[in-house]
Design a protein around this ligand. Structure first.
Ligand SMILES: [Zn+2]
Length: 429
């Protein structure tokens, strides 16, 4: 990656609605990944591990990206690298910089940096690598031209197999595919820990009966569904934001599928589908809260906290989640790597100004981020304190949701198996 190129394209960011403060560091200097001794021994860093069982620290949201230049089968839409699409190109360059890809192969460099970051963390810390399926049309055919990037299941599986002490993997299977159920069974047999969907981008409707066979297979395999809810902004081409409405998850929940809602649905608004197709518009996080507060979803519905500490989710989303101590045993941590390494997305100074962080933590966190974005993400979330509340240690022990005995999508909702899904009225069903 050429820094001059990145700087030039970054000038276009204001066009994309990103306000850049002049003092903010724009480019990741990609130091480390080892921390210099004073930082590694800093009390802020050491305190982050207190009270945590490190063998449970699975990061449930880590993107595995590649271009296929190393034979991975991963793919990035050429528009992401084309001068004809300056905003997409800018985004691509930020991701490449975040992953510290300066020269050499992208497939190889991406996994090498990620592995390097993890190796500087305590034993037991693992990244759950996300595969990423193509957008599929209504007929269930892949639509590469509408897809921003693709990471095949077999690539995530193979990277995870090579370093089982540091990586787990999460499959991505579009439910409209003709071979969806077979692909899911294969993924489960190959050690996948969950399935990831990004409905606003991949264009599946979680509230559609077309997903029912897939939901039955999720239950049978015991795999949870990690599903992005709320507005999607990190991936260009999110054409169906309505598909990120948390209430569309009533259908899989009623069928007893374990659901993990990425980012706790913390961005954007959605129709209150419980009130019908023309119900009032409410913040997605409120719709998510409604599902969380329904007692029958205990043990079945979880929230994942990646991106809550990004600048665009400060305020209500972060405060709500931190204050809901009664939810914390149902929350899990994820970093959304490489986003913690995309410099303009975070501002620890602003977090301190809002009273979320001790101002004394700011220089330590800034420094940490320049060396190791995964350490930064963990320490940052451990330091957040809002009017006396912070994330309970159990939030960080995500392993419990993906690796507990008897855990997984096979768990039944209170409705039980014999009861057919009640068919909550969701448009498109
Ligand atoms: Zn993500």
């Amino acid at each position: 990656l050429h820094r001059r190129q990145l700087l030039a394209t970054a000038c276009l960011l204001p066009l994309a609605g990103c306000r850049l403060m002049p003092e903010r560091e724009l480019i990741n200097p990609c130091l480390g990944p080892a921390l210099p001794a004073p930082l590694a021994r800093h009390e802020v860093v050491l305190a982050a591990l207190e009270g945590l069982n490190t063998s449970g620290l699975w990061d449930a949201h880590v993107h595995l990206l590649g271009t296929g230049d190393g034979g991975s089968g991963a793919w990035v839409n050429p528009a992401m690298r084309s001068l004809l699409h300056p905003l997409r190109m800018t985004q691509f360059h930020f991701y490449m910089n975040a992953a510290c890809l300066d020269s050499g192969g992208i497939d190889e460099g991406y996994t090498a940096r990620l592995h390097g970051l993890l190796n500087e963390m305590p034993a037991g810390v693992r990244a759950m690598l996300l595969a990423f399926d193509y957008v599929h049309d209504d007929q269930g055919h892949p639509a590469p031209s509408a897809t921003v990037f693709h990471t095949p299941d077999h690539y995530a599986r193979d990277v995870a197999r090579r370093s089982p002490d540091r990586f787990e993997w999460i499959a991505s299977i579009h439910p409209y595919r003709e071979d969806a159920v077979g692909a899911l069974r294969r993924a489960a047999a190959d050690g996948a820990r969950a399935v990831k969907w990004l409905p606003p981008v991949m264009e599946m409707d979680p509230g559609s009966p077309r997903c029912d066979a897939f939901y039955a297979a999720l239950r049978e395999t015991g795999l949870p569904l990690l599903v992005h809810c709320g507005e999607e902004r990190a991936v260009h081409g999110a054409s169906r934001q309505d598909l990120g409405n948390p209430l569309r998850l009533r259908r899989p929940l009623e069928q007893g599928v374990t659901i993990v809602v990425a980012h706790c649905a913390s961005l954007g608004t959605g129709i209150d589908l419980d009130a019908g197709a023309v119900g009032p518009i409410l913040p997605n996080i409120e719709l998510f809260a409604r599902l969380m507060d329904e007692h029958r979803h205990e043990g079945l519905l979880f929230g994942e906290i990646s991106a809550l500490t990004q600048r665009n989710r400060f305020g209500r989303a972060l405060e709500t989640i931190v204050h809901r101590r009664d939810w914390h045993h149902r929350l899990i941590n994820g970093s959304d790597y490489p986003l913690p390494a995309v410099m303009p997305l975070f501002s620890v100074r602003e977090m301190a100004e809002r009273g979320y962080l001790d101002p004394a933590d700011v220089p330590v966190l800034r420094d940490l981020r320049r060396y190791n974005a995964l350490w930064f993400d963990l320490v940052l979330k451990r330091r957040v304190r809002i009017r006396g509340d912070s994330f309970d240690p159990i939030v960080f022990e995500s392993r419990r949701v993906f690796d507990a005995p008897g855990q997984g999508g096979g768990r039944q909702s209170e409705a039980g198996e014999e009861q057919a899904p009640s068919g909550t009225p969701i448009p498109g069903c």
